[in-house]
Design a protein around this ligand. Structure first.
Ligand code: SAM
Ligand code: SF4
Ligand code: SF4
Length: 334
């Protein structure tokens, strides 16, 4: 098994399949930055499904077992079920998941599940149209996202997880509504601390609502008890409602960072690998891929990158890379 400079194995891969999105969440792709003039990756610079499949096979040989498709909005990529089928068929890949804004999930869930998708996470920061419009900065009905969540459940992509990023002044007043909407449904809401990813969201510490604050707000309404992680090193901290009506999670990336458990590599839509969400640069694999590199040569390249990895940005926050132009989350894959 391949280990990095801090002894962490390579275990999961996040694949960004596009840098485009139909939403404009202020913490991710603020509209004033991602406007009409924003230049997205041209089609020929984006990895094809064949290229992604080949890389996944190489990564699987190095220890990767879990793959998550993300973006940008992954469902903007046509025929994503074809990619899912290719990835799911790779030997040693035991779990294929996707993170989506859910806007078109209702019409894709069945095909994705049939192709081999195991699980889906739907990002949703509010359950009423007004707050949702404020968060995602689009005129899009929450009901359509909820239909997507239902379709995912019907297709067996369960338990459906709901990612809710909490940002002060944006949706912190509606945490209880969100928790309430998914109690008793079997879906698991995971509240995520607002992170300083990228350089365009004008992140400020004062806008972070900590996991402890989120938990206190919910526990005030419905008492909570902690539950054990699903596996050692799981980054989400799990809680269940004392009245037995379900489970929630908190991801305390800012207040209680978990870099020591980070076994994740990211592949951008244009074929570079990044060893941290807060990376300032990646390593290109597309050129070698397209200029005839053998699998052994790719293995050598990836091995060198992972073995040199010493990232622990969240634990060092306020440290070295603050102020440097970090890669945007929509590009690197959230
Ligand atoms: N478009 C898809 C979606 O929204 O689910 C996939 C890509 S999105 C970049 C992946 C996840 O990153 C989403 O759950 C989103 O809420 C989260 N995210 C984006 N920017 C964030 C930030 N600044 N802090 C915390 N989470 C963030
Ligand atoms: Fe799009 Fe997802 Fe970023 Fe929102 S979080 S802008 S849905 S990529
Ligand atoms: Fe992993 Fe980087 Fe996040 Fe730490 S800051 S958990 S190393 S992605």
């Amino acid at each position: 098994m391949l280990h990095d400079a801090l002894g962490r194995p390579l275990h999961d891969l996040r694949v960004s399949v596009t840098d485009r999105c139909n939403f404009r969440c202020a913490y991710c792709m603020p509209r004033d930055v991602y406007d009409r003039d924003h230049v997205y990756l041209p089609r020929d610079e984006i990895l094809t499904f064949e290229e992604i499949e080949r890389l996944v096979r190489v990564f699987a040989g190095l220890g990767v077992e879990k793959v998550r498709l993300t973006g940008g909005e992954p469902l903007l990529r046509h025929d994503l079920d074809d990619l899912v089928a290719r990835v799911a068929a790779v030997e040693r890949i035991s779990d294929v998941a996707m993170t989506t804004n859910g806007s078109t999930l209702a019409r894709h869930a069945t095909a994705l599940a049939e192709a081999g998708l195991d699980r889906v996470t739907v990002s949703l920061d509010a359950v009423d149209d007004t707050s949702f419009r404020g968060a995602a900065d689009v005129d899009f009905p929450v009901a359509r996202v909820l239909e997507g969540i239902d379709a995912a459940k019907d297709a067996g992509l369960t338990p459906v997880k709901i990612n809710t990023v909490v940002r002060r002044g944006l949706n912190d007043e509606t945490i209880v509504d969100i928790a309430g909407a998914f109690r008793e449904t079997g879906h698991i809401v995971r509240f995520i601390e607002y992170m300083d990813v990228g350089s365009s969201n004008d992140w400020k510490m004062k806008d972070v609502v900590t996991a402890d604050q989120i938990l206190a707000t919910i526990a005030d309404e419905w008492p909570l008890d902690p539950i054990d992680p699903n596996y050692p090193g799981e980054v989400v901290r799990r809680w269940r409602y004392r009245d037995g009506q379900g489970e929630i999670g908190v991801i305390a990336s800012v207040s209680k960072p978990f870099c020591g458990e980070c076994t994740r590599l990211r592949l951008s839509a244009d074929g570079s690998i990044y060893t941290c969400l807060f990376a300032t640069q990646g390593t290109d694999l597309r050129d070698p891929l397209r200029s005839g590199a053998t699998d052994e040569e790719l293995v050598e390249l990836i091995t060198a990158v992972w073995q040199a990895r010493s990232d622990r940005y969240s634990e060092e926050r306020t440290g070295v890379s603050l102020g440097l132009p970090k890669v945007e989350m929509s590009f690197i894959g959230g």
